[in-house]
Design a protein around this ligand. Structure first.
Ligand code: PGA
Length: 227
């Protein structure tokens, strides 16, 4: 069965108490609505590193069908790299790692060389990179099977890309190389999620702002289940 991905990117948001509150509220929503969530939906949540363990435990405690991802990773392995978090250190908590988000490219100056190193580390730890591209010309390193198209103008602005254009970018990328999973991100919300998932080339979405509120997050999942 082809899966539909809903990947929540929390960015630098939430305290530990707020993470707990998100899960408590999610438990209630999920209990009420689990019958309207189809088996083809794959839910991935990407909290900050410091909250991965808590999210892992709360997800298990409340029996939520949530897998975890990291928002970034060290370009190095374990060792003397102060402040960095190696893929091997979180491999028991996450299955996915976002690489190359435009916020990191812009605010932290991440370049293609660094992003290729990060990709290699993630693959070495047997995790799945979610590789962000800003347009169809963004280079994609070897070994990437999951690509997220995230046009900068659409991130956090409430102005999503048109589904037709996102679908076209997916086609263009797939003409150039084999991509198993193509994701769209940028102002996804419960009202527009279905329009991205029904065009054929887009396998999932990566909402930021709308993933922070449990009610909106689960509404997106419910709506995605209808497609
Ligand atoms: P947004 O963020 O949904 O808040 O626009 C998307 C992203 O940056 O992944």
């Amino acid at each position: 069965m082809k899966k539909k991905y809903i990947i929540g990117n929390w960015k630098s948001n939430k305290t530990s108490a707020e993470v707990e509150e998100w899960f408590i509220q999610s438990k209630d929503v999920y209990e009420r609505e689990k019958n309207s969530i189809t088996d083809d939906i794959r839910i991935i949540l990407c909290p900050s590193f410091i909250h991965l363990k808590e999210a892992h435990e709360l997800s298990r405690k409340y029996n939520l069908p949530i897998r975890l991802g990291a928002q970034d990773i060290s370009p190095f392995g374990a060792g003397a790299y102060t402040g960095e978090i190696a893929a091997s250190q979180i491999a028991d908590l996450v299955e996915y790692v976002i690489i190359g988000h435009s916020e990191r490219r812009t605010f932290l100056g991440e370049n293609e060389t660094l992003l290729t190193q990060k990709t290699e580390q993630v693959l070495k730890a047997k995790l799945i990179p979610i590789y962000c591209i800003q347009d169809e010309k963004t280079p994609i390193p070897e070994g990437i099977a999951m690509v997220a198209y995230e046009p900068v103008f659409a991130i956090g602005t409430g102005q999503a890309e048109t589904p037709a254009k996102a679908n076209e970018i997916a086609q263009k990328v797939r003409q150039k190389r084999k991509v198993d999973t193509f994701i769209y991100g940028g102002s996804v919300n419960p009202d527009n999620i279905e329009s991205f998932l029904t065009l054929g080339e887009i396998d999932g979405v990566l909402p930021g702002g709308a993933s922070l509120t449990p009610a909106l997050f689960w509404e997106m999942i419910r709506n995605a289940s209808r497609t």
